[in-house]
Design a protein around this ligand. Structure first.
Ligand code: NDP
Ligand code: 8X3
Length: 290
């Protein structure tokens, strides 16, 4: 009988992992007629499940795409968000589990965490922006919601699941920040402040966990065509569409692939930060429109 170990989970090549899918992989046979002394089996036989990955904000956009990418790479996925019907569709498509989650609500986070008995990967993705008001016209309630969702939501989920991540012996927190956390822009202050803050939280967490078996990564995308702008502009589809006019933005799948890749590095490799922009973008404010 084979028991997976941390190192064995990382022995297979990318190609091999993809080919083997989600369940137990086939064992490479020993050379014909030769003794199977375990070297061959040990090298390629692995539990195709890498463990449990929790993805917040998985009812749409980057979160839903990440759930799909991780499931395809051998993770057992648990998805959380407020829109439970959409979440259930994502869970059904990924063979995962869906639980209602409002990252701004302590009780909701506690209930969610209680339904997750183990976790090796936490993807803090739930978040977004509200409005583009200047500081002079700041809507403090919108700022509060952005801080609650993008920052305190990350704190709540990370605090709640850290014991499981550490107990896994090989945990990983991946948080979706933004180019907005590197480059402030007019009209972005509330969102900028939240994404700058979450970068600080990730940096502190990495330092606090030094010497413990939990990696901390941050992926900071630029423009990604999702429901992000629709939410930012309060449901105004026309205004949201203008954001992507004449541009080839990133897709949710592009960012999901970054998460999948970061999470599939060997345990000793921590990708601290990854900024990923469309070729048509050279900074938060520099966008080339064809
Ligand atoms: P979407 O609007 O498509 O997705 C946002 C997700 O967050 C939804 O699943 C939503 O689910 C969830 N969410 C929002 N509020 C809460 C909450 N209180 N509790 C639980 N879940 C919540 O946008 P994206 O996929 O683009 O956004 C994902 C992340 O990527 C965000 O953190 C965003 O800031 C970041 N990002 C986006 C970029 C872009 O250009 N699109 C660029 C850089 C970063 P529900 O409403 O069902 O709760
Ligand atoms: C979303 C990217 O530039 O609209 O995080 O703030 S931006």
């Amino acid at each position: 009988m084979y028991f997976p170990t941390r190192s064995s989970l990382n022995l297979c090549s990318e190609k091999c992992r993809t080919r083997h899918g989600r369940r137990w992989s086939a064992t490479r046979a020993a050379p014909s007629g030769g003794p199977d002394d375990g070297r061959y089996g040990d090298r390629v036989q692995h539990a195709a499940t890498r463990g449990t990955a929790v993805v917040t904000g998985a009812s749409s956009g980057i979160g839903a795409a990440t759930a799909r990418a991780l499931a395809g790479d051998g993770w057992e996925v648990v998805v959380g968000a407020r829109r439970i019907d959409r979440l259930k569709d994502v869970a059904a498509a990924t063979g995962g589990r869906a639980h209602a989650l409002d990252v701004t609500d302590d009780a909701s986070v506690d209930a969610f965490v209680a339904r997750v008995p183990d976790c090796r990967l936490l993807v803090n993705n739930a978040g977004g922006a509200l409005g583009v008001a200047s500081v002079a016209d700041a809507d403090v309630e919108q700022w509060r919601t952005m801080y609650e969702t993008n920052v305190l939501g990350v704190a709540r989920l990370t605090r709640g699941l850290l014991p499981h991540l550490e107990a896994s012996g090989d945990g990983h927190v991946v948080t979706i920040g933004s180019i907005a956390g590197h480059e402030p822009y007019p009209g972005g202050a509330g969102y900028n402040a939240a994404k700058f803050a979450v970068r600080a939280v990730m940096s502190v967490l990495r330092q606090e966990l030094l010497g413990r078996p939990v990696r901390v990564s941050e992926i900071d995308p630029g423009m990604v065509e999702t429901e992000f702008s629709l939410v930012r502009f309060g449901g105004d589809a026309e205004r949201a569409a203008q954001v992507y006019e004449g541009v080839t933005p990133l897709t949710a799948d592009d960012v999901a692939e970054c998460v999948r890749w970061v999470a599939s590095r060997p345990s000793h490799v921590n990708v601290d930060q990854m900024i990923v922009l469309a070729r048509d973008q050279a900074g938060a404010r520099q966008v080339h429109r064809h």
